[in-house]
Design a protein around this ligand. Structure first.
Ligand code: FRU
Length: 512
């Protein structure tokens, strides 16, 4: 009887959510600040990406979603699919809130061997592993789909893990071939622990080990863990495990951010190779959180791809966008490289972005002043751009590019020689008044290679993602400029730099 009521309720909620998604069709995707090649829901609130999984030719993006408003609440899993990680098709809400039980973050896998028994040998089920959240309790539950994620059925034995903890969430599951079982990384958020469980069938889970609290950061909590293996570039046969865990309030520039550890995983336990105080950050801007990596990327593709929520809990609710609030980063490919200071993740946008490139401008070996004259002569400007700038820093103290320029607005992306840092400065980027801690400059140490600095920059109206060096530094910041602020120019200060190369493209909208 109880179960019937829950089902009816779920159908009603799904119907309401469907109505909301119909409303979504009225969004123009041309509203002020609306990203043109980043994912955002047509209407309403989103935070974390969830259930990133590739299946049958489709990249699935589930995401924390409030079907009923543009602030956090009624958390459910929204759903979109893409053939190429950039062009998204909205689908109805996949996992709606049921009564008082919200659907918090989690992951999805394709159960190829049908270990769960939810599918059949020829038709492997997709299984979503999520947190069921009530005021007093957080437990892990599963749901499955046998129609490519279009409809979902809750497992009748839910929850699959209940340890009677009110801050136990965000399960990320993967198949671990060596130990022939599923592994789940999940957080005890307030204790700053990542707990690992193992399972043969996604339904029964056994405790394996705890990691943390590790590192001396005054973080408020840990959220959204991920655990995966990466080959070390240029060292055939060597690989390391990355444990990513997100820090609700521990980011060096205030608020939330993604931290990672490099180490070993033996099938039961993760061990950190570095001293606990070595804090490695996936992104040094203030708007990259809750990143998750894709499951089931085909072996012949082989990339480790992640998407993060481009926001910060500190001011997420205050962002001046309507009728939606929140967006996801572009998919980024992660690699692991050895530098003088140790192994570091390097990131670049997924290569599919190149298909969005339109009008372009390429300059070679010029002074900054000459490069600016060429940019001006070409009338090159825009608010949806990709830039690849390589500068020889020379004796300049500060060199880089001013973006989204107009009137007294500009977003500055640059490199300072001392300290050697790449940065985004959004102090004068446009609307900054909606939160006291929004304006500012966010930098990260970067060692030039033979006096050269490479800055790859994505500009998407209200999003700036920077990949500096080989991508060992990523900096992501939201900005809210006037629609007329589309200017672009290079600058140098305190000495002269040389533009080795500038390649820039206007990127096409994926929503038109
Ligand atoms: C991270 C987070 C998760 C939680 C979700 C709720 O941003 O707080 O820990 O599952 O958001 O929306």
């Amino acid at each position: 009887m109880m179960l019937d009521c829950m089902r009816t309720l779920r159908i009603c909620v799904a119907a309401l959510a469907l109505a909301a998604s119909a409303l979504a069709q009225t969004a123009t995707y041309d509203e002020p600040y609306r990203p043109q090649f980043h994912f955002s829901p047509a209407v309403n609130w989103t935070n974390d990406p969830n259930g990133l999984v590739y299946h049958a030719g489709e990249w699935h993006l589930f995401y924390q979603y409030n079907p009923f408003g543009d602030l956090w609440g009624h958390m459910s899993w929204g759903h979109a699919v893409s053939p190429d990680l950039f062009h998204w098709k909205h689908l109805p809400v996949a996992l709606p809130e049921v009564g008082e039980v919200m659907i918090f973050s989690g992951s999805a896998v394709v159960d190829h061997a049908n270990s769960s028994g939810f599918g059949s040998a020829g038709e492997p089920p997709m299984v979503a592993i999520y947190t069921s959240r009530t005021e007093s309790d957080q437990t892990q539950s599963i749901a499955y789909s046998t129609d490519k994620g279009r409809t979902w059925t809750d497992y009748e034995g839910n929850p699959v893990i209940d340890i009677d903890d009110p801050a136990f969430r965000d399960p990320k599951v993967f198949w671990h071939a060596e130990s022939e079982r599923w592994i789940m990384a999940v957080v005890l958020a307030n204790q700053r622990k990542v707990r690992l469980f193992g399972s043969p069938d996604l339904k029964s889970w056994k405790f394996l080990s705890d990691f943390g609290p590790e590192g001396a950061h005054p973080v408020r909590n840990w959220e959204c863990p991920d655990l995966f293996e990466l080959p070390v570039e240029g060292e055939p046969g060597t690989s390391k495990w990355i444990l990513q865990v997100d820090s609700g309030m521990g980011h060096p520039w205030l608020g939330s951010g993604c931290q990672y550890f490099v180490g070993e995983f033996d099938g039961e336990r993760f061990t950190n190779d570095n001293p606990p105080e070595t804090a490695l950050w996936l992104d040094w801007g203030r708007d990259f959180y809750a990143a998750q990596s894709y499951s089931d990327v085909p072996a012949e593709d082989g990339r480790r791809l992640v998407i993060g929520w481009i926001s910060n809990w500190m001011y997420a609710r205050d962002k001046p966008t309507s009728p939606w609030r929140g967006a996801q980063s572009v998919a980024r490919e992660l690699r692991l490289k050895r530098f003088d200071k140790g192994l570091r993740i390097v990131q670049q946008p997924a290569g599919e972005i190149e298909s969005l490139r339109g009008d372009s401008l390429s300059l070679r070996d010029l002074s900054v002043a000459a490069a600016n004259r060429q940019i001006e002569r070409a009338g090159f400007s825009g608010d949806t751009l990709e830039l690849e700038l390589v500068v020889a820093v020379g004796d300049a103290r500060d060199v880089g590019v001013r973006l989204l320029q107009g009137g007294d607005e500009q977003t500055v992306v640059g490199f300072t020689a001392s300290p050697a840092e790449a940065y985004i400065d959004r102090s004068e980027s446009g609307r900054v008044d909606f939160h006291e801690s929004f304006a500012g400059r966010h930098s990260a140490r970067l060692t030039p290679a033979d006096g050269h600095v490479r800055l790859r920059i994505l500009v998407d109206r209200s999003v700036v993602e920077v990949f500096a060096g080989e991508g060992e530094v990523a900096i992501t910041d939201r900005v809210f400029p006037s629609p007329t602020s589309t200017g672009l120019s290079l600058f140098e200060r305190g000495g002269s730099a040389r533009v080795v190369s500038l390649d820039t493209w206007k990127l096409k909208s994926v929503w038109k």
